[in-house]
Design a protein around this ligand. Sequence first.
Ligand code: PMP
Length: 374
Amino acid sequence: MQLFDVYSVSPVEIVKALGSKLWDKNGKEYLDLYGGHAVICIGHTHPHYVEALTNQLQKIGFYSNSIIIAQQKELAQKLGALSGYTNYQLFLCNSGAEANENAFKLASFYNGRKKIIAFEKAFHGRTSLAVTSTDNPAIIAPVNENNNTTFLPLNDINAFDAALNDEVSCVIIEGIQGVAGIQIPETEFLQHIAQKCKEHNVVLILDEVQSGYGRTGKFFAHQYAGIQPDIITVAKGMGNGFPIAGVLIAPHIQPKKEMLGTTFGGNYLACAAGIAVLDVIENENLIDNAQKLGTYLIEQLQSVPNIKEIRGKGLMIAIELHEPCAPVRKRLLEEFGIFTGTASNKNTLRILPSLAVTQEELDALLNALKTILK
Ligand code: PMP
């Protein structure tokens, strides 16, 4: 059988990693400033993370969710403490799409409604409801089509007010839009939709799959606006590469047990990874590091020529050029050994390094960009 190669765009074969460094099979060193699409949160092969997973695997890797798994409770408790959502409940699953899928179900069970409001250019995943709330017709198969989702322009209060009514079950919005190329919801807009959702008994779902876990300099990007969503979804950085995701559920939603479930959700290894990630974020002050170094990078980028726009918070940064960024990305990788990302907006470079990235590593990007873009 041959692999159906959906993804690879580069011939590089990485075989080893540490922190923000990667090595290919020939021993060539690279710098990872894409973090595997915002997944690498505490850095690659962090010793505490490796030890936690190794120890757990030597004891027990899997049984089933029909018995008590103490690590699930520990993870929920730690995530509550670090995020500030101490009174929410955590449902554990395996991917961002699955977390969002369950969020839609919980919202609909809660208020008995069907309509979804999402935003233009949003990305919420590739499963049935997640994909129809993702603004990319190319990935919606006929079987996925529904007439329940409306896409609204981001930050347009009038359009939002015109679309909101008592048939709407939920509003889903990314803390900061990632795939779209780092589009930031305005504070006033988030506060407005939070207030309107409350008035209409509409469930507000914050998709923090990419923008959460400290990346923006706060645990969740929406915390800059001081709002409290009814449901928050997390994945990516949560396991630093081990598949794990979560749905954070406000107390008033009160799901029934039979509404949710998944075989692998919250297994021992996933929890060991999830707990180790939170320990490292806390012990190494990684949220502060994301805040500090993100601010540094955004400031320093001002002196790089030929950039159209710089957007971002913390270590979730877009560098928008005047033309498609593919040749620049290619030169960054081939000449300077630096991995970066792009976005659905092809002119945009996306920078999503580990939260433990150093100033020296960001300087390498700045110097490379100054050479390429001069
Ligand atoms: N939500 C957001 C904001 C994302 O960026 C992604 C992945 N790019 C997803 C959901 C889907 O996550 P997964 O690929 O783990 O299903």
